[in-house]
Design a protein around this ligand. Structure first.
Ligand SMILES: [Zn+2]
Length: 207
């Protein structure tokens, strides 16, 4: 599937994840972390923490157990090929280097071809599915653009993501409020800077 769509395997998932989360392993791992940092995993406040963390991980990494391309299976036809832009899609992901959250807004634009469009909510679901896995922002941006470009086959795709990374703000270089902006363009939005500028201006990202 990844090969057919020309996606680099790591852009969606480099391996086949198990269908369900291994809860026993997670319970054990969280308990070990608590012990390793010098905590008492049996004290009252922590006794249910491994269970809570296991359930939380299942939720925030649920994107590993699905194919985000499935979100775009709904197709509709419109008469004219005009820009579709969904901006300010809130997402939460986890940086794969530190397993700390990064979160922000995704803006997804495409110019349809032959009037083929998908549901607007599907774009938000696509962002969500790609976000809910250990991730880096650069790959997340490219993955969303590739899936949209290769599944809907539009004339062009432009994806911009603005995010704050807790691994940069609560630890390390500690730069609260810093935003990381990434962009991926395909088709006409890659080749035609006027068309690209038009979208960036709508996002207030152009001078
Ligand atoms: Zn990080």
């Amino acid at each position: 599937m990844s090969q057919r769509l020309g996606l680099h395997p790591t852009e969606v998932s480099a391996f086949e994840p198990p269908a369900t989360v291994d809860h026993e392993k997670l319970l054990h791992a969280v308990r070990l972390i608590l012990e390793a940092i010098g905590e008492d995993p049996d004290r009252e406040g922590l006794v249910d923490t491994p269970k809570r963390v296991a359930r939380m991980y299942e939720e925030i990494f649920s994107g590993l157990r699905g194919d985000p391309r499935d979100e775009l299976s709904a197709r509709f036809h419109v008469e004219h090929d005009e820009l579709v832009l969904v901006k300010d899609i809130t997402f939460y992901s986890a940086c794969e280097h530190h397993l700390l959250p990064f979160y922000g807004k995704a803006h997804v634009a495409y110019l349809p071809s032959h009037g083929v469009v998908t549901g607007l909510s599907k774009l938000a679901r696509l962002v969500d599915q790609v976000a809910k896995r250990p991730q880096i922002q650069e790959r997340m941006t490219n993955t969303i653009a590739n899936i949209l470009h290769e599944t809907l086959e539009p004339q062009g795709v432009l994806v911009v993501i603005e995010a704050e990374h807790l691994c940069m703000t609560m630890r390390g270089i500690k730069k609260p409020g810093s935003l990381t902006i990434t962009m991926a363009s395909r088709g006409v939005y890659d080749q035609d800077s006027t068309k690209q500028d038009q979208v960036l201006r709508m996002l207030n990202l152009h001078p």
